[in-house]
Ligand binder design. Sequence first.
Ligand SMILES: CC(C)(COP(=O)(O)OP(=O)(O)OC[C@H]1O[C@@H](n2cnc3c(N)ncnc32)[C@H](O)[C@@H]1OP(=O)(O)O)[C@@H](O)C(=O)NCCC(=O)NCCS
Length: 109
Amino acid sequence: MTRCHPKATFDAIALIEEKIIGSARLRLVKKGVGGIAYVAVLPEFSRQGIGTQLMKFLLNLAQEKGLHTVRLRSRVTAQNFYQKLGFSPTIEPFIHIGIPHVDMQLEFY
Ligand SMILES: CC(C)(COP(=O)(O)OP(=O)(O)OC[C@H]1O[C@@H](n2cnc3c(N)ncnc32)[C@H](O)[C@@H]1OP(=O)(O)O)[C@@H](O)C(=O)NCCC(=O)NCCS
């Protein structure tokens, strides 16, 4: 069950012929700060720029909403993907639910 206020959560989806092939979620965490999670693209559509488009859509939205910082928790395998979008790691990698992760952050100004 989602406990976020509905107006504080924004989902971006990528569609091909009404089939969802990718998604990502922006959540307003506190004043000026958002979090992105649930970023995924179907494997058969990977490396075609779809994840980047989803992220850019949400990052533009974050700026429109007046956020100055966006945070996320990335699998280490996706760290390069987020770095290309301007995110930087904030701590050393750690194990979360059995998988190596790293916390990352992007500041707009
Ligand atoms: C990570 C993920 C969302 C990327 O989506 P995508 O649509 O394939 O990403 P893009 O095509 O926009 O990739 C842009 C760039 O990010 C980098 N990148 C993307 N996936 C990568 C990977 N698996 N390993 C290394 N670099 C990667 C590449 O530099 C890529 O550019 P290139 O293809 O020109 O080399 C997708 O692979 C995925 O759903 N993975 C499984 C779930 C996951 O890891 N989610 C995020 C972590 S919590």
